[in-house]
Design a protein around this ligand. Sequence first.
Ligand SMILES: NC(=O)c1ccc[n+]([C@@H]2O[C@H](COP(=O)([O-])OP(=O)(O)OC[C@H]3O[C@@H](n4cnc5c(N)ncnc54)[C@H](O)[C@@H]3O)[C@@H](O)[C@H]2O)c1
Length: 331
Amino acid sequence: MGKRHFLVTGGAGFIGSHLVDALLEAGNAVTVLDDLSVGKEHHIAHHFARPDFHFVKGSVLDSSLVEQLVAAVDGVYHLAAVVGVKYVVEDPLHGMQVNVKGTETVLEAALHRGCKVVLASSSETYGKSPQVPFSEEDNVLLGATSIPRWSYAVAKLLDEHLAFAYYRQEGLPTAIVRYFNAYGPRLDPRGYGSVIARFISQALDGGPLTVHGNGEQTRSFTFVKDTVRGTIAAMETPESVGLTFNIGNPRETTMNRLAQLIQEALGTHLEIVHIPYAEAYGADFEDTPRRLPDVRRARNILGFEATIPLEEGLRQTILWFKEHRHEFIPT
Ligand SMILES: NC(=O)c1ccc[n+]([C@@H]2O[C@H](COP(=O)([O-])OP(=O)(O)OC[C@H]3O[C@@H](n4cnc5c(N)ncnc54)[C@H](O)[C@@H]3O)[C@@H](O)[C@H]2O)c1
């Protein structure tokens, strides 16, 4: 296949910028649309001199801009979003506007263009489901609408419904990827609350490491290069259309174990402090006790499997944090 041109919304963000690196490396042209509300120009600045790379600072809520950019590409990776529970709890209205209206704008433009869309969704959509591992066709169990935390998951679920509706009713090829806790270089410790970023920066600052709750809750941490491979596989595999895929590492890790692994990698023996959820997030916070993907569909249809072990991913992430730490220290 010849050189293709992709639009990556949210391409200056954490996962988006790694996706941009991989797409360019594979010989594609890339345009990034990002409003830099969270994303950083320096995540993509190393591509600025390339003729096959374009960066546009703007919002996915700007429908004429989105139309214009989508009209020039062969496919769209839609990652732009207000990401994570922390930001959504702070400003649920803005979160829902970007995460729902922005997605609708991108899907509508792609329909006019007739190009495939890969939509970034989240393992948050499984909510409090007690049945693990989470499988794409499982029921989901979310909390009450009076609790703002769930608006992120609901918005992502509505995005998925929109993508399905555009596919079934309008024939727009869409595929959905549900990410499970991506981590790696370029994670921002001041960002939406990645526990890996928090632990590493706390450890580099001399501790203590703060664990929320009793620390026995689990996550399936997925190194960002694996996340990106799964995302590209969803674009490249024709059979992905009309389906949702868990993109995650099936190894489950407790927060207590994660804190230990990070200390082992750094050779530290710092204090670990457990703090109640209410103190970290406010009184009505609810956490999900376990988050583990069923990876069979991604393996069978996309040929995707996460391969980078947590220990190796943490090593690379810690290295990056050591080199870039000065960027996070307030002046
Ligand atoms: N990181 C994870 O573990 C994870 C897990 C599940 C889902 N996701 C999803 O993956 C995608 C990428 O997440 P990320 O971790 O890279 O987060 P991120 O915050 O680093 O990236 C999101 C990007 O979108 C941009 N953005 C926000 N509002 C915008 C707007 N109105 N117009 C244009 N750009 C806008 C931000 O500036 C940022 O660069 C998101 O859709 C997120 O919901 C991420």
